[in-house]
Design a protein around this ligand. Structure first.
Ligand code: FAD
Length: 337
């Protein structure tokens, strides 16, 4: 059922088997598996996550390469609802461990917000990350190109950049090292620091050795039209033509709601076992939020693993179901010899 401010009170007394934080690629995959294991789940999704922003999913088996992430989300959501999952548009603020169960506090509604608390036996953290973008005065101008020919993921889109004039936008000296992986796809790389930091001599030398220009002048705006970036205008008026770009400025991790729990982290990623179980036995982490490769195929598979591990736990702890009428002594039809 689709939940909203109007009807969510119907579920406040319900103990869900699983609450899934994040209805993106991993979360929806987990929901479909959970419902098909005859378990109950609630998906809580704040809206406009990373996969919503993915304009074209180019490397997923069985889908045309121009499939937008928002279409996959819409189908996944309809599929999970059709199987009986609950779905709520809201922002998860806090998850608390109450011993046998979790409580999950959600902010619903941007105005006149309410803060319902839902309960579950298990939680799947599927809230993902969001890429940092260059902060320019004309931010709309960055959003116009991001996800089109201004990419954020080398694994996803290195192929799209092959042998093109590519701008690499970085926020730290360490991120410049991306150039020496990007050059597998294209050697025509110009590195832009946007004047954010000083580049050391060793890195300058390495860039020079590879023939990659370093541009340290702040950027005024990105140039282009119809979602196609064609260059960069610098503060000194100089224009640098480009055919594509890669942003390597790190990411925001949507993990704030987990901070009250004692979990094992590697940087901002949650550490899990091979079934996506974290150091807490009833809390699973899937997709971009956990350690590993940030890809749709991985998030979807993680959803399968987490849902299956939870089903195994619950099934093994439950009393066996028997065909009561056929039990010995209760049904004269049963042969006892
Ligand atoms: P997401 O799909 O991001 O889902 C997480 C969800 O959690 C989001 O919808 C978010 O709104 C929600 N959320 C976050 N915090 C909260 C909260 N507190 N409460 C409630 N909800 C919350 N991958 C590929 O495999 N191929 C590609 O071609 C490709 N191209 C990409 C292009 C772009 C521009 C981008 C940005 C990414 C691309 N990716 C691609 C990567 C892919 O989008 C991610 O790897 C994938 O979406 C990860 O799935 P996930 O479930 O972990 O996270």
């Amino acid at each position: 059922m689709k939940l909203s401010k109007k009807n969510l009170d119907q579920r406040l007394d319900h103990l869900y088997d699983v609450i899934i934080v994040g209805g993106g690629m991993g979360g929806l995959s987990a929901a479909i598996y959970l419902q098909r294991y005859c378990l109950s789940c609630l998906i809580i999704e704040k809206g406009k996550g990373r996969s919503f922003w993915m304009q074209e999913l180019r490397n997923y088996l069985g889908l045309p390469p121009e499939t937008p992430g928002r279409d996959v989300i819409q189908h996944g959501q309809e599929h999970a609802l059709m199987l009986g999952a609950d779905h709520l548009r809201g922002f998860v603020e806090e998850v608390r461990d109450e011993g046998e169960t979790f409580t999950v506090k959600v902010r619903v509604g941007k105005e006149d917000s309410i803060y319902p608390v839902f309960r579950s036996k298990y939680v799947i953290a599927a809230s993902g990350i969001m890429d940092h973008l260059p902060k320019l005065e004309k931010m709309q101008n960055v959003f116009d190109f991001a996800g089109y020919n201004l990419h954020v993921c080398l694994i996803c889109d290195g192929y799209e950049m092959a042998d093109k004039q590519c701008g690499l936008f970085v926020g730290t000296e360490g991120a410049i090292n991306t150039a020496f992986v990007l050059n597998w796809f294209t050697p025509y790389i110009t590195v832009f620091t946007n004047g954010l930091f000083e580049v050391g001599d060793e890195m300058r030398h390495k860039l020079k050795e590879h023939g990659f220009p370093l541009v340290e002048t702040p950027i005024t705006q990105l140039l282009g039209h119809d979602h196609e970036m064609t260059g960069v205008e610098l503060e000194d008026g100089k224009i640098i033509p480009l055919e594509t770009g890669l942003v390597a400025m790190g990411s925001h991790y949507y993990n704030e709601y987990l901070k009250g729990l004692d979990l094992e982290w590697k940087g901002s990623n949650l550490v899990t076992d091979s079934m996506c179980r974290t150091s807490h036995p009833r809390l699973f982490a899937i997709g971009d939020l956990k350690e590993g490769i940030n890809q749709v195929s991985i998030a979807v598979a993680d959803g399968t693993l987490a849902a299956t591990a939870i089903w195994r736990d619950i099934r093994r702890a439950a009393p066996p179901r028997r065909w009561e009428e056929h039990l010995v002594g209760e049904n004269p039809m049963v042969e006892t010899t």
